[in-house]
Design a protein around this ligand. Structure first.
Ligand code: SF4
Length: 275
C-alpha cells in the first residue's frame, strides 16, 4: 500500500552539525576565477556527506531539500528534464527555496511537449527554468558529423549535448539536486541521499531516492502539479525524441529509452563512472 509522505520539516533523526567544507581559496594564485569557488573533495567532505546521507535516509524529500538549501545555497542548483520526479521537486522547491536556480539541458532534440512544461512551470510557480544549450545547434552538429550522431554513437551525442553542458553548469556550484529514484534501475539503486558526484565534482542530492513511482504520481495528483502530457500516451520516461518510445504494458518504465541498444543512461546518473 502506498504510504503518504509526511510534509513536516521536523527531523526524524538528529541532523549532522554544519560541517566545514574546504573551498579552494580565491587568493590562490593558481586558481582561476572559475575554479576558485569549486569544492575540493577531501576525506573530511566525504565523511561529512556520508554522515548527512545516513541522517537523511528516512527524511521526507522536503526535509532533504531544506537541508541542502540550508547547507549549500546559493551554490545549490537543480537539473531537470521535466520528468514527473523533477516536477515534484520543482513543486517542493517552490515552497522551500523558490530562488534555487534550475536548469534544463536543452539538447535540441527534446519534445515540444517537454519544452512547453518550462512555460507551465513559469506560470504556476514563477520559476524561470534556464535552458542550457550546446554550443552547436542541431543543424550545425549534424552537419559537422555528417548526420545525426545519436544513430550510431548515442554515447558521444549524450556527452556532447548533455554531459558537457552539465559540466559547464556546475562551474561555481557546490551541490545539485537530481530526481532519480533507487527503484528505477540497478545502477540507480546505489544512489545515496547525499554523496559526492565524481563526474561533475559536485555534491549530489537525491531527495526522491527512496520514493516509488506511485508516491511521485500521488503527489502530482494531490497537488495538481503540471506534468508532460506524453506520459498519458505511454511514454513512462521521456528523453530526447530520437531516443524515446512509448512502452507497452508490462515493460519496464525506462524500456523506451534508447530502446534496442545496450545504452540505459545518458551518463548523468551513472554511479560507477569515473572522472
Ligand atoms: Fe543525443 Fe539521444 Fe542522448 Fe539526446 S538522448 S543527447 S538525442 S543520444
Amino acid at each position: 500500500m502506498m504510504r503518504s509522505q509526511p510534509l513536516s520539516f521536523a527531523p526524524q533523526k538528529k541532523m549532522p552539525s554544519r560541517p566545514q567544507l574546504k573551498v579552494v581559496s580565491a587568493d590562490d594564485a593558481e586558481a582561476s576565477a572559475e575554479t576558485a569557488s569549486q569544492l575540493e573533495c577531501s576525506d573530511a567532505l566525504l565523511a561529512e556527506l556520508a554522515e548527512a546521507s545516513a541522517a537523511l535516509e528516512t527524511a521526507a524529500p522536503r526535509e532533504v531539500l531544506a537541508w541542502a538549501v540550508e547547507r549549500f545555497a546559493p551554490r545549490f542548483t537543480m537539473a531537470t528534464a521535466f520528468g514527473p520526479e523533477g516536477m515534484t521537486i520543482i513543486h517542493m522547491l517552490s515552497e522551500v527555496a523558490p530562488e534555487t536556480p534550475i536548469f534544463n539541458l536543452d539538447t535540441g532534440y527534446q519534445f515540444d511537449e517537454t519544452l512547453r512544461l518550462r512555460d507551465r512551470v513559469a506560470e504556476r510557480y514563477g520559476i524561470e527554468v534556464e535552458l542550457k544549450k550546446p554550443l552547436l545547434t542541431v543543424a550545425e552538429y549534424e552537419a559537422k558529423h555528417g548526420g545525426p550522431v545519436y544513430k550510431d554513437n548515442p554515447a558521444q551525442c549524450c556527452f556532447d549535448r548533455k554531459i558537457s553542458l552539465l559540466r559547464g553548469a556546475a562551474v561555481g556550484m557546490h551541490a545539485w539536486a537530481s530526481a532519480i529514484r533507487r527503484d528505477q534501475s540497478p545502477d540507480r539503486a546505489k544512489a545515496p541521499i547525499v554523496g559526492w558526484d565524481k563526474k561533475f565534482q559536485l555534491v549530489k542530492v537525491s531527495p526522491l531516492a527512496n520514493w516509488s513511482k506511485k508516491e511521485v504520481w500521488k503527489m502530482i495528483t494531490d497537488h495538481d502539479i503540471p506534468y508532460n502530457p506524453l506520459h498519458d500516451q505511454g511514454y513512462t520516461s521521456v528523453g530526447c525524441w530520437p531516443c524515446t518510445r512509448a512502452v507497452t504494458l508490462g515493460e519496464d518504465e525506462r524500456a523506451g529509452r534508447w530502446s534496442g541498444s545496450a545504452k540505459t543512461e545518458c551518463g548523468l546518473h551513472s554511479m560507477d563512472d569515473e572522472d
